[in-house]
Design a binder for this molecule. Sequence first.
Ligand SMILES: *Cc1c(COP(=O)(O)O)cnc(C)c1O
Length: 384
Amino acid sequence: MSSLFKNYARRPVHLVKGQGTVVTDDTGKNYLDFISGIAVVSLGHAHPAIVHAIQQQSEKLWHVSNLFESPEQEELASALMKDTHLSHAFFCNSGAEANEAAIKLVRKHTKKNIIITFEQSFHGRTFGAMSATGQDKVRQGFGPLLETFRIVPYNDIQQLEAAIDNDVAAIMLEVIQGEGGVHQLDVDFAQSIKDICKSTGILLIADEVQTGIGRTGTRYAYEQTQLKPDIITIAKGLGGGFPIGAMLGTAELVDSFGPGTHGTTFGGNPLAVAVAQCVVNHVFRTDFLQQVEEKSSYLIKKLQTLLPKELFSIRGSGLLLGIECKDAVQTFIHQAEEKGLLLVQAGEHVIRLLPPLTVTNEQIDEAIGILSSVLVSVLAPKQF
Ligand SMILES: *Cc1c(COP(=O)(O)O)cnc(C)c1O
């Protein structure tokens, strides 16, 4: 009998250690980790620089709260926003918390109530973030939800335009919907969002909790679009496995979050900031991001060779990729796990690939080998 709430469908595997892209269970079996703790372990498991950063910081100072100045948070904030149009950061502990901060900030700043979000989106499990999320399975049983959110179909310009009125404070979106099935923002749709925001003054929040910090091959995914969000939220990959989130915003918004308006006890604590600084120092290097792009192209090419277009569609960017299958994918994921490859789904029909950004081409080859062996029944249906 488990003493834990049953809110997770846990797999019967007990992982006890990890090194780079490889994790090991309590029987000594190795797996290639193409989940990365859901896009979190960006530099792989037990990266020596991260281990060093947390060891060093743990001997100096763990926690003092945000009652005190923090040059370390300042330094991390500058590194995160260097050469962007964003200028101020708020640190917290998770993606949902970063989104809550964004929701509060745009409401306070604009004095308007409505935030437009999208079908299949995922913004987190807290009450505001859940209400923002456009998936029934996340919301079911918790109503009545907040009426702040107007949820419209993703990539549908007409319906977006129809949802715009004077009550709208902001539009909140994922540049690639990660949990919702690895759906990408259309270029035309991005352009109309840009036009709407420009002509109405509606603010734009990019939820980069999954796509940010190099996951899609650029520092942030919005950099691959024409969008210029007023706020971006990040978390997952930022701490490389240590919990930390952040909301980054433009200078215009600063006065709406004055002393006492918002806060968190743990946000940006010295341990979290030391680790995140180390992650950002690695990931934001041009050559590192270039390598993410190269590995992504390598992986996509292999997938395209293996998987016929009629049966599979491959979507995503960088090392956030989705393979949409005609069949439900859960069985494939179980089989891959048995053969030593950890994968996660994004909706019923999409296999998501989220290896550490440090994955090697050899590990990609090995993963593709396992993937092709479990997809063989779909690739070559038995002839009778
Ligand atoms: C995971 C995720 C969240 C929620 O982050 P938590 O750290 O689990 O609260 C929010 N938005 C997106 C896009 C995510 O992928």
